[in-house]
Ligand binder design. Sequence first.
Ligand code: SAH
Ligand code: SF4
Length: 368
Amino acid sequence: MATNLLGLDAQGMERFFAGLGEKPFRARQVLKWIHRRGAAGFGEMTDIARELRAKLAASAAIEPPAVAGDSSSADGTRKWLLKVDGANAVEAVFIPEEGRGTLCVSSQAGCTLDCAFCSTGKQGFNRNLSAAEIVGQLWLANRALGVHGRAGAVGAGNRAISNVVFMGMGEPTMNLDAVIPAARLMIDENGYGLSRRRVTVSTSGVVPGMDRLAAECPVALAVSLHAPDDALRDRLVPVNRKYPIRELLKACNRYLERAPRDFITFEYVMLEGVNDSDAQAMALLGVAARVRCKFNLIPFNPFPDSGFKRSPAERVRRFAEVLQRGGITVTTRKTRGDGIDAACGQLAGEVADRTRRSRTIPIEELRA
Ligand code: SAH
Ligand code: SF4
């Protein structure tokens, strides 16, 4: 079967070329063609000898996921539905902002971790995406956004996408075999050339995965905290039962040893009457004192039958104020992609659930 070169990082590509009896610099050349220039076929690779191109065509391919949907919102947000196999599709979202453009990518078809307020979690899980399926989202978005002019190469500087966040479907630290090569391609100067701090992995707090990411590819890290104490976090983010807040904070500090001058971004979804009181904000100050961090408040994005409500804007503002008075840098995420269900936690794609998940936590219990 042909090897899909889209998912090979520098090392993988060199290994593949060594297998063909070719020099490492050929691997770099092809990597540049695919990711910097967005080449979709070997025929385009004009500075590569015809003979090698033929050899590549026989043993390799450049295969992105198939685009099954492409919708835009009035605010410029754009969402692609990408078919990754006969039964599953994932979503990627481009969010343009003043001075930057962020692509939100998916790492799994579904998610095993079942957070109470997340539509991906409620869908169950089918499988991990491959590195090609993950980096393929960036490859496709770059092409769709029209910056790979057929006329020639473009550098990272004039691309629409300046940042990538692993905040789409799935838990990236549960799929590091694919996420790490994909992230490496994103920061490789022959690949997408993004700075390490402009690629953010978001995790619900899978401690061993955080440690591995720190060791192998310490890009920026966001941690989905969502509660100031274990009692509530156990219910909102069930993986907390395995890795409680104490262990999570230790892992954050180990991560920062590998990523000096960085900080952890704590994400905090604002759920009315569940985790949005002043007392809970005060309690968060205790957590924040233990890690170099910033907070990003995310107004809850509703989806059918979620059972939760978004905290009113005034409540979010007050909550932020308590944190800020405590000396914490806080940002509140603007809701983007209205009308196309492209906001955080609304990505659903199509997942052929293999977990037969039945929702477990009654909503009354969460409100207690
Ligand atoms: N699995 C990873 C990354 C994907 S989710 C993680 O949990 O961090 C990206 C972010 O969206 C997380 O902070 C997640 O908690 C948040 N999120 C999930 N559902 C949401 C919803 N309905 N509204 C707002 N944010 C949500
Ligand atoms: Fe999975 Fe993240 Fe959704 Fe939790 S919030 S279910 S970890 S995708």
